[in-house]
Write a protein that binds this ligand. Structure first.
Ligand SMILES: C[S@@+](CC[C@H](N)C(=O)[O-])C[C@H]1O[C@@H](n2cnc3c(N)ncnc32)[C@H](O)[C@@H]1O
Length: 229
């Protein structure tokens, strides 16, 4: 299912509604933390809502560990993996918690121990990999009822995609200015722009992720989720 909701505010209000429904304790812990704002962390509330009370989390391409540390509660276990030595070094320097760990490995080479993950997250990282293969591997690593969360970048190709692309330029720039956007470059993360097209993302979703949900985010991202039912 795909929906067009780029202006939906995933801010404090949705966080509060969620808090009152489920995951009171986890969300309360998460909400208190402030992290730098950028076009990826703009979706932190949306991601934490999707994570909910699920406990074992794999953050693929975790960068400097900011999101993993943001999602950490006293009840969950988080593993961040990244192919970059520098990112893992930075993540480890920032991490005082025993239930969060960071390991340097490419996702393609990642060997999980026997247990599966309740949540697997890719934030601005899946376009560095062969997306189809990465999704196939993530599905194998995901527990029953587990959720796959992707905040991804893709190129517009269809007329509709281009309309969305243009429609989000101004509001995204305004929000970025207000929020004081910090770019990945400032965070010292090596980025490449070999992006799939939105049509390729949709095709991978249709072929591999039955019942997936995909929508456009305001900040040039698509937001994809899939539950392993
Ligand atoms: C644009 S950064 C995003 C980092 C972080 N998720 C964030 O939102 O700040 C992409 C990250 O993916 C990592 N990466 C790229 N290819 C990878 C691979 N094959 N396996 C694991 N990590 C990878 C990079 O080292 C980089 O840290």
């Amino acid at each position: 299912m795909e929906c067009f909701a780029i202006f939906r505010p995933y801010g404090r209000r949705s966080c509060q509604i969620y808090t009152s429904l489920i995951g009171k304790k986890n969300m309360a812990q998460i909400k208190k933390q402030k992290i730098p704002w950028n076009h990826n962390y703009a979706y932190k509330h949306w991601i934490s809502e999707k994570v909910g009370n699920r406990n074992s989390i794999l953050d693929v391409g975790c960068g400097d560990g900011t999101l993993a540390l943001y999602l950490r509660t006293t009840d969950n276990d988080i593993l961040g993996i990244d192919v970059s030595d520098l990112c893992i070094q930075k993540a480890n320097e920032k991490n005082p918690y025993s239930n969060v760990s960071f390991v340097r490995t490419a996702f393609e080479d990642f060997q999980a121990s026997s247990e599966r993950f309740d949540v697997i997250i890719f934030v601005a990282s899946i376009h560095h990999m062969d997306m189809g293969n990465a999704i196939d591997k993530a599905k194998k690593l995901l527990a029953k009822k587990g959720v796959l969360i992707i905040v991804g970048l893709a190129k517009p190709t269809s007329l509709f995609d281009w309309i969305v692309e243009l429609a989000r330029v101004l509001p995204s720039k305004m929000v970025s200015a207000i929020k004081k956007n910090t770019t990945s470059e400032e965070l010292n993360i090596d980025v490449s722009y070999d992006l799939p097209t939105m049509d390729e993302v949709r095709q991978i979703g249709r072929e591999r992720l039955c019942g997936y949900s995909l929508r456009y985010g305001l900040h040039y991202r698509y937001l994809l989720t899939w539950e392993n039912n």
